[in-house]
Design a protein around this ligand. Structure first.
Ligand code: ATR
Length: 277
């Protein structure tokens, strides 16, 4: 039951109806018996600043921000962490005691934790290949570099975008075109797809995996469909494969802990609840 003491949080997006975050946080709130609520908040782009400034006014603990607000949220927050600055996007906000807004990016941690939980991958295993250089890619790049990955090979259709991402994130990132993907895959310990290829309604990602060692972990941050053609292909040739849903689940945990005061567990029950929604 909602009362005057109920802790408030939510996800701000436009549109927001597709977001799985309310189900995810709602599941944890019920599991831990926390007096809290997590709402979908549909906010038009030109109203984002008013909406974020209203969070402390209305007693919210904080919020997630999603498409298309992540970049603007970075500008609006009073304070942001360094990784979020390099990535250029904030996805989680906490209202501090003085009513200021602190923003950070939990996609990095979500990406890394998903891989570490679902496979034997360690950042130090060897070079990583990242396909795509959009917003999601930047969080993956920061996660890899900050975890100590010795070399990241960033493959993108538009070279300038990849070069800009490499500069913003910093560290051992080398930019390649799709024509060089075979040399990129050679000796790699990890392959990550961050492009929209393979997503429902998009063309499949059509790359030759021949040069990729069979021990390399393959992951797709796309989770609709859960089993992308890339993951199917990887499993067929014997590579360990990790789907993208776990990244969504793991990126939610730090926000939940900050707002509701409980470190939540990511497990099969949570995954099933989100899949069923
Ligand atoms: P997100 O924020 O989810 O990462 P995005 O910023 O739109 O989404 O990035 C999409 C990525 O998919 C980009 O790297 C894009 O390549 P470009 O930088 O060249 O645009 C990549 N992408 C999408 N469709 C593609 C296609 N048909 N071929 C190759 N790359 C594609």
């Amino acid at each position: 039951m909602v009362s005057g003491k109920t802790k408030l949080a939510g996800v701000i997006g436009w549109p927001v109806s597709h977001s799985k975050s309310p189900v995810l946080h709602g599941h944890w709130l019920a599991r831990y018996g926390i007096d809290g609520i997590y709402l979908p908040l549909a906010v038009q782009p030109d109203m984002l600043e008013q909406a974020l400034r209203a969070l402390p006014v209305m007693g919210f603990e904080g919020a997630n921000v999603t498409v298309p607000h992540k970049e603007t949220a970075l500008e609006i927050c009073d304070d942001v962490d360094d990784a979020a600055k390099r990535i250029g996007a904030v996805n989680t906000i906490r209202v501090r005691e003085d009513n200021s807004l602190y923003g950070w990016n939990t996609d990095c941690e979500g990406f890394r934790r998903n891989l570490e939980t679902e496979s034997k991958w360690k950042a130090t295993d060897g070079p990583a290949v990242v396909l795509g250089a959009g917003g999601a890619s930047r969080a993956v790049l920061a996660a890899l570099v900050d975890a100590g990955c010795p070399e990241v090979r960033l493959v993108n259709r538009t070279r300038e975008k990849a070069e800009a991402a490499a500069v913003a994130i910093g560290g051992p990132i080398q930019v390649l075109g799709f024509e060089d993907v075979a040399s990129g895959l050679d000796g790699a310990a990890l392959l990550v797809n961050t492009t929209s290829m393979g997503m429902v309604g998009q063309p499949p990602l059509d790359i030759d995996l021949d040069a990729l060692p069979k021990s390399a972990v393959v992951t797709d941050i796309v989770y609709a469909p859960l089993e992308t053609p890339l993951l199917t292909e990887a499993r067929k040739r014997g590579n360990p494969a990790v789907d993208g849903l776990g990244m969504l689940l793991h990126q939610a945990a730090p926000g939940f802990a900050a707002w509701f005061g409980k470190e939540p567990v990511v497990d099969r029950e949570l995954r099933d609840a989100v899949l069923a929604a």
